[in-house]
Design a protein around this ligand. Sequence first.
Ligand code: SIN
Ligand code: MN
Length: 192
Amino acid sequence: MEAQRTLVEQCRALVEGPVPAYVPIVRGGGRMRVRMLCLGRHWNGKTYAYEPVRSDFDGLPAPPLPENLRALANGAARTAGMALDADLCILNYYDADGRMGLHQDKDESERSLEAGLPVVSVSVGDTAKFMFGGVRRRDPAETVLLESGDAFVFGGPARLRYHGVTRILPETAPRELQIAGRFNLTFRQYDL
Ligand code: SIN
Ligand code: MN
């Protein structure tokens, strides 16, 4: 719980920091249902490509990936039996109405995807109803509840499985955290 509290504080400081989180408008004009902040590299919601600065929003550089977060992700991957040297993180804040449509994480380098280097997802705050499907959009999806403090690692043959968040279960965060909503951090390794 102490580690979760520290993580919540760090996420808050980041999303309210000098390069604040924002609500991306994606290709096609839709507003995402999260507040997003990319660390290490910026993911551009208009081009679906990574870049050093937020050219789809305010031109500010993506803040660096903090060393303690990188270590957290690499350790979680190791625990799951996978090697990862994370170089970027997408930090998302979901309020009670937050969600994310079914998608694949496939914008990292070809070599990284081919190697099946994992995505490490860490959640704190309210529980999310997470869908984990197959490698084709039409494949059936299982529902996984991601609770505060959970890490979810998908790599190897699962690296390109479709996933999304259908809803947030409000007021499910541990009281001690004093948080409404959910922070989710997804770590990836762009380069080999
Ligand atoms: C994502 O797929 O980028 C986020 C998943 C989550 O919020 O659990
Ligand atoms: Mn994803």
